[in-house]
Design a protein around this ligand. Sequence first.
Ligand code: ADP
Ligand code: GLC
Length: 491
Amino acid sequence: MASSRKLHVLFITSEVYPLCKTGGLGDVSAALPIALRELNIDVKLLLPGYPQVLAGVKYKSKVAEFNELQQFPSSTLLLARLSLNKSENIPVFVIDCPGLFNREGGPYMDTLGREWPDNALRFGLLSKIGAILSSDASPIAWHPHITHCNDWQSGLTPAYLHFYHGKKAATVMTIHNLAFQGIFPPGSVVQLGLPMDSFDMNGVEYYGNMSFLKAGLYYADHITTVSANYAHEIQKEPLGFGLQGLLSTRRNNLTGITNGIAINHWNPTTDSYLTKNYSSKKLSDKAANKHTLQQLMGLTIDANTPLFGVISRLNHQKGTDLLIQIAPQLIKIPAQLIVLGSDHAELEHQLSMLAQTYPEAIAVRIGFDEALSHLIEAGVDCFLMPSRFEPCGLNQMYSQRYGTPPIVHATGGLLDTVVDCTPTTLAEGSASGFLFEPVTANSLLDAIRRAVQTFHNKKTWQQLQKNGMAKDFSWNASAAAYQKIYSSLVR
Ligand code: ADP
Ligand code: GLC
């Protein structure tokens, strides 16, 4: 659509670190655009104007107004800059619509954890403005060649564009987690200004309701997801969550691109949240972080007791129930456990009870704490991710980079990014953690025992740490893979 030679990409997202992050999407939305800009791609973000976004961006200027968009309230489009690190300052479009976005609470839920009742309208507006900016009806001069949608919140953009007959950008729909689909009652189709024809099995309909994500998967020119293995898993039950048929039909337009991580932000040699920085050449300095963490969390201070860490949404996907089941046995090994997270109230309560029962060995912090998450990555000996499914997962990569071998269920991106420790992989120099399967309490506990045995063999443990620290988790390869898809669509 755009005429300039440089590839223009509109990257639509509902969260971006550091302004608004509930999980990995926030991290990816900050790091991938930087990596793409390094490839000389002109990427601009489109974000909802939550209070923290309006307060956190710089140099805001008004570029358009939308007053009569179907049943959406009036909104103003701002162009601003977002500082992502010391040297990067990227352009973002922000939708200023106080009626939909200016409220206390999270991006998707209120302070009590209830979904906002008008989420269809909120993210319908994000999708709609995304579509307008991607078409020749756009009120602004910058036109994208590619519009890159992320998760259900921008899933309607490809649908709106499908029914627009002027010139328009090609669309890429990235699935970060198929479990969240943006499902709303059938009446939303008309409310959001989509033709009733689209409410069909071959369209936005999903078991009698409408699904934002399905709309994106059905109408986008290309689909990506965040690891190669997950791209296969979602074409079958149970991880297809009812969309396996559509995904396997579209398999020739479905690519798994494993996420990278922001290696400058997650860097144990410079991380300012750590008590002591360290590198693979001076791993002994890692111990100071363990000491601080044990002290801070009220655990017995002991360098020789293996310390396990978890940073996660606390829910069924992340296998929090398995962790709760094995915790009493884990501490008998002996070992210690630190958990940072929030989500499901009952699981939060059960974890807090464990910490009260075993205060010297188990510590639990309910909430979201970026600083503590860095200290945990550095201070624990081993990281636990018993996720039932995991599209990619970022913490297993952060932990390998921090010399903290992860124990992970062999699923999704965890399988793609962690190499199980065996005599063969140790000899090859590739071992970087521990994989387990099936996802049961017993097999998790077996993997933990295997890790503890290795932990007490100092030389092997250091080898494992160093292997993980030497791996390239940068965005370079992934950004190049996105570039290839963009280029194929423009041609
Ligand atoms: P998901 O997006 O499914 O939650 P990921 O592993 O992709 O899982 O990303 C989660 C991101 O959110 C990581 O950066 C992780 O460190 C962070 N995170 C999760 N829970 C917390 C928390 N309670 N405090 C701080 N960071 C957290
Ligand atoms: C989702 C997934 C997670 C992935 C993240 C970023 O939240 O649950 O596995 O790492 O998105 O793509």
